[in-house]
Design a protein around this ligand. Structure first.
Ligand code: 5AD
Ligand code: SF4
Length: 597
């Protein structure tokens, strides 16, 4: 141990505990006592007579902790007590079922990348799958119910398959938030589940799958303080898409009183800037035209991996919260911040659009807002989850701001980025929410005029502060009514917002065919609104006579002619580039300003 730093000791111990958990993994029947010695009596131990010692992990960790992109996690194929061939998939076919948010899609791509490099194949047909992995969501009760329903269907498939394949039964695994929340309880309730893998344990999937061949369930739900999968290039599930998601941080320290995320995804940690920039460069080389930076709290990003920035970066040492916002946790110091990351990422390719989600309103310093305003490839679109428009409810939610502070931020953002598209999340019927409080939320929605809103009826989650300390006192029917009212007020307001865009010429990144009509194409404008337009050849550039078809990944200028509450409809005018379009806009704005002086 001499000469080993404290964080490294922690990492070593984590790896040690993690691996010993695997060694002592109990048979399904003893899962109730998952961490007891009873597990070590299972047949698994006979295959592992010489389990790893603490020294194995110290030796392995000390090899990897210092490089920018390294993790303190041992590569699975270097674990000394498992034969490499047992970790190989030998062409077994894996089917992925993905539920929940975009983070889950990205996590699936990471899990798939790990299995892909371990000899597994991917299938999109459940009937030919050897393994079905379900990426799960726990945010609301309804999300989990969908997964239980899915497991009911898969039970039938598994039974059929075990009859037809005689002896190589279908393996079913639960990954992600629900795995983390319920742990081995999943296997107790649904005996046909073979694998339960939490969000920080995907590197362990090859070993876990190898383990399931013994007929026992494999469970790894250890959360990590440093896992960001920085060194894993996700293999994109939708390879045809011209946009991609890049994970920049994981976890959440905010502890909003209603939210399960801090418990299922663990503490906030950021991926080193250099590894993110590297991934964005690779995506740009592959022709990707839009990258969305992903995380539970993207704008709390803080990369402390490089020692020269760990104590502070330029003027930004302590957290600069937006005015009127506070956190439940102590101020954090040092590291490269979200503005530093946005700066670097947006310089990779000026033709690549940059978006980010999901941010928290507390972390919007002017550096970030200025950068969004200045860089033509950072989209003028900000998700600003409000959750409620009533101060008592916001306090009970532990959001750390008042409606007044939130509105001041909205005005401030609109001062700096006048044409910004704002979106938000709202919860209807949170504990103690009165009709008056609900109407204040309706009022906030009307005042801000969001371009998009996600609204959810409150769903009580175990472990959270609200579960322990507050009463879920709004009846379900009332939650549903308020949810409906918020949704219809949003639709009413957004229709006006969309109709105000009729006549504008907008830059649209083409995604592909419209789902509604074979004659139309669909794409997104800068504010992330869907734009549908006729599929026809248009000039190569503004004043060209040469016509060119419009294909996915192209930037076209579209004249908006019609709007509903959901989409804009338009006529394509000509092909362009992001830089040309923005130059032209700046010039016309200059003319506009000059003529009004
Ligand atoms: N009930 C309802 N909605 C919730 N959200 C998070 N937790 C809950 C819950 N328990 C919503 C919040 C958050 C979004 C991702 O999900 O609005 O911003
Ligand atoms: Fe949940 Fe709040 Fe963290 Fe968002 S910021 S993930 S709502 S705890």
């Amino acid at each position: 141990m001499i000469g080993t730093s404290r964080p490294m000791i922690k990492a070593c111990l984590n790896s040690f505990i993690s691996a010993h958990r695997h060694v002592k993994k109990p048979a399904i029947s003893s899962l109730r006592y998952a961490t007891t010695d009873e597990g070590s009596k299972s047949s698994r131990t006979s295959r592992l007579p010489n389990g790893p010692s603490l020294e194995h992990f110290i030796a392995n960790s000390s090899k990897t902790t210092n490089s920018a992109t390294s993790q303190t996690h041992d590569p699975i194929d270097k674990i000394p007590y498992i034969q490499k061939s047992a970790l190989h998939g030998h062409g077994k076919k894996v089917y992925f079922d993905v539920y929940g948010c975009q983070m889950n899609v990205n996590d699936t791509e990471i899990a798939w990348s790990i299995l892909d490099s371990n000899g597994y194949q991917r299938t999109t047909d459940t009937t030919e799958a050897d393994v079905i992995l379900i990426m799960t969501c726990s945010i609301r009760e309804g999300a989990e119910q969908k997964i239980w329903n899915r497991l009911n269907q898969l039970r039938v498939l598994k039974r059929k398959k075990s009859v037809s394949t005689k002896g190589s039964p279908l393996k079913i695994g639960i990954l992600g938030c629900m795995a983390e929340r319920l742990k081995s309880k999943i296997v107790e309730r649904e005996k046909m589940v073979d694998l339960v893998c939490g969000p920080d344990a995907y590197r362990d999937l090859p070993r876990m799958l190898a383990d399931t061949s013994s007929g026992q369930a494999s469970v790894n739900v250890l959360l990590s303080l440093d896992e960001t999968y920085a060194d894993i290039m996700p293999v994109r599930l939708n390879a045809d898409s011209c946009s991609a998601f890049v994970s920049i941080m994981r976890g959440c320290d905010n502890m909003c009183s209603y939210c399960i995320v801090p418990f299922t995804r663990g503490r906030e940690r950021s991926r080193p800037i250099d590894s993110i920039v590297e991934e964005v460069k690779i995506l740009s080389d592959k022709g990707i035209k839009e990258v969305t930076l992903l995380g539970q709290n993207v704008n709390s990003y803080r990369d402390t991996s490089e020692s020269q920035y760990a104590g502070g970066f330029e003027s930004d040492s302590a957290t600069h919260l937006s005015a009127g916002f506070k956190t439940i946790y102590k101020p954090k110091f040092g590291g490269r911040r979200f503005s530093n990351l946005l700066d670097k990422v947006s310089q990779v390719d000026p033709e690549m659009r940059i978006r980010f989600t999901s941010p928290h309103p507390k972390d919007f310093p002017d550096e970030v807002l200025q950068l969004i305003q200045e860089r033509s490839n950072i989209c003028n679109q900000i998700h600003l989850p409000a959750q409620s428009g009533n101060n008592e409810v916001l306090m009970a939610m532990r959001r750390g701001y008042t409606v007044e502070a939130y509105m001041d931020l909205v005005y401030h953002i609109r001062d700096i980025i006048p044409d910004v598209a704002l979106s938000s999340d709202f919860i209807a019927g949170f504990c103690g929410e009165t009709e008056k409080a609900h109407l204040e939320t309706v009022n906030l929605m009307r005042q801000v005029k969001y371009s998009f809103v996600y609204c959810f009826p409150y769903s009580m989650r175990g472990k959270t502060h609200a579960y322990h300390r507050l009463t879920d006192d709004v009846p379900e029917a009332e939650k549903a009514r308020r949810h409906m009212e918020l949704s219809s007020v949003f639709r009413e307001e957004v229709l006006k917002l969309n109709q105000a865009q009729i006549g504008q010429q907008q830059l649209v990144l083409v995604e592909g065919k419209s789902k509604r009509s074979v004659h139309d194409l669909a794409g997104r404008n800068d504010g992330n609104k869907k734009v549908i337009f006729t599929n026809t050849e248009v000039p190569c550039e503004i004043s060209s006579k040469e016509l060119k078809p419009v294909t996915p990944g192209d930037y076209v200028v579209v004249q908006i002619v019609r709007a509903t509450s959901q989409v804009l409809h338009g006529v394509p005018l000509y092909h362009t580039t992001l830089q040309d379009f923005s130059k032209r806009q700046t010039t016309s704005q200059r003319y506009c300003n000059a003529s009004t002086i």
